[in-house]
Design a binder for this molecule. Structure first.
Ligand code: HEM
Length: 472
């Protein structure tokens, strides 16, 4: 036993020595341009645990704060098993995202590859990325103003909000927001109603699917990763069956616009696997992110009575112009200026997505430094949002700041460049319509302090429990 330990220790020390030598030499070789300053942490694990340590999502967290003040906004580290350059510099982040195709392609961790599948938009590159993305963009741009879509969003928002009336009083808001956003996506993409048994089947599998993204890649029955892989297989089978059924119906009755499935079925250049992947990507992209945004807004408004009052006034004005029970339309949405400020401010302050994964495919010069080919590159979106040189009192939730034209526009909650979020407009409409009915019908108090935490994706550890009171 002692011998075995000695062998393991010697092996470990030797590997650690080789590892340190390798990165020290790399630094020397790159002269006259050197690597950005920073530390590589422990051999193998690097600094990943420190980087992922949860913190309030409206703060940078101690890891980034300490390193930015010690090394500057761009520094080196060792994260997710790779030597990494972390960028907290807004301009450089935009440069990284704009040059996605040529210098800094996406590089999501391996654990995500099997779960997302090889055709996922987040993983594919080049022509395949352009082909799949253009299908999504054309669907979103064609449907976002459509009254069918807008009415569907509003009816689903109303049905969630009205479901609180008899039980009332206490609501786990994050769960409610998730139910609303998955219902919108299932209806909009696949024409499945919330009370359809298939909706429950999809929802159950989807919860397991999503948990896999923050799991260790251990393929043993019972682990979160294994359950996520199984869930993906089941979800693919469900979507494939729906595709087969829809093809049969469409042969009898030709397709007429409608949901995403009809749109993708009309494209002759997509395989069945690619179609399934598009549906899963949109379900995944449109579910938790929008629910987190809604929850952030509810959380921040809970402590900002002036902003809540202004928001309510804007929606009361819109109601005054409409007949009793008349549904909202695109023109109403365009009048929701303060609502847009609230949405932007919640994204700036709350940071639904903290950072993105990229990789340098050639040596790239940045100021006096070089970003070496093969290194991981992480643009941290939250760093610009919370930068005191860009925003006055950056930690404060203050939607009124957007009324001032001189406020910096340097925010990128939906990313940038060729991978800019294709669902941004859908997320904003869903949020605005839900807020319309929420602020007109309810006042709320947050029951226990439950600040949004960066895990690194935003989480409300207690589910954001609210005490509700009807306004009328
Ligand atoms: C508040 C809500 C949302 C936020 C903050 C958000 C944020 C983002 C960000 C930052 C990216 C860029 C990823 C990267 O560059 O690596 C992205 C990509 C993406 N988002 Fe969103 N998103 C939201 C809502 C949505 C919705 C509603 C959908 C679908 C209906 C969606 C679908 C996607 C897809 C498919 C991609 C991949 C795009 C590509 O790689 O070309 N997102 N999102």
């Amino acid at each position: 036993m002692v011998e075995l330990l000695a062998v393991i220790c010697t092996l470990f020390s030797a590997l650690a020595f080789v590892y340190l030598l390798k990165y020290r030499n790399k630094n020397k070789q790159d002269s006259p341009h050197k690597l950005p300053p920073g530390s590589m942490g422990w051999p193998f694990s690097g600094e990943t645990l420190g980087f992922l340590k949860p913190h309030r999502s409206n703060s940078l967290g101690s890891f980034l704060q300490e390193r930015c003040s010690r090394y500057g906004k761009v520094f080196k580290s060792h994260l997710f098993g790779s030597p990494t350059i972390v960028s907290c510099d807004f301009e450089f982040n935009m440069y990284i995202l704009q040059n996605e195709g040529t210098l800094f392609p996406v590089d999501y961790p391996k654990v995500m590859h099997n779960i997302l599948g090889k055709f996922s938009l987040l993983l594919v590159k080049g022509d395949l990325h352009r082909k799949l993305r253009s299908t999504i963009i054309s669907f979103v741009s064609a449907t976002k103003h459509e009254s069918n879509f807008l009415h569907c969003v509003e009816m689903l928002a109303l049905s969630r909000i009205n479901s609180w009336i008899p039980i009332s009083k206490q609501v786990a808001f994050y769960e409610e927001a998730k139910r609303f956003t998955i219902n919108v996506m299932m209806k909009h993409l696949l024409n499945i109603n919330p009370d359809d048994p298939l909706a429950f089947k999809i929802l159950g599998n989807f919860e397991n699917y999503i948990k896999g993204f923050i799991s260790l890649p251990i393929r043993i029955p019972g682990t979160a990763y294994f359950k996520a892989l199984q869930a993906r297989i089941r979800l693919s089978a469900i979507i494939k069956d729906i595709i087969i059924e829809r093809r049969k119906c469409n042969n009898v009755r030709p397709m007429q616009g409608g949901d995403l499935l009809n749109v993708i079925l009309s494209k002759k250049n997509l395989s069945d696997e690619e179609m399934v992947s598009i549906v899963l990507d949109l379900l995944f992209g449109g579910y938790e992110t929008t629910a987190k945004l809604l929850s952030l807004i509810v959380y921040f408004l809970g402590g900002a009575s002036n902003a809540l009052e202004s928001l309510k006034e804007e929606h009361q004005e819109i109601r005054k112009r409409k007949k009793e029970g008349e549904l909202l339309n695109w023109e109403d949405y365009k009048q929701m200026n303060f609502t847009q400020n609230v949405i932007y401010e919640a994204m700036r302050c709350g940071n639904v997505v903290k950072f993105l994964h990229r990789k340098a495919i050639q040596d790239v010069k940045f100021k006096d430094y070089v970003i070496p080919a093969g290194w991981k590159v992480l643009p941290v979106l939250s760093s610009g949002h919370l930068d005191p040189t860009l925003f006055e009192n950056p930690l404060e939730f203050n939607p009124f700041r957007w009324n001032d034209n001189s406020t910096s526009k340097k925010v990128a909650p939906f990313g940038g460049g060729p991978r800019f979020c294709p669902g941004a407009d859908l997320a904003k409409v869903e949020t605005a319509f839900f807020l319309h009915h929420l602020v007109l019908n309810y006042r709320w108090k947050i029951r226990t302090d439950d600040p949004p935490l960066a895990f690194p994706y935003v989480e409300f550890t207690r589910g954001l429990l609210l005490n509700l009171e009807p306004t009328a």
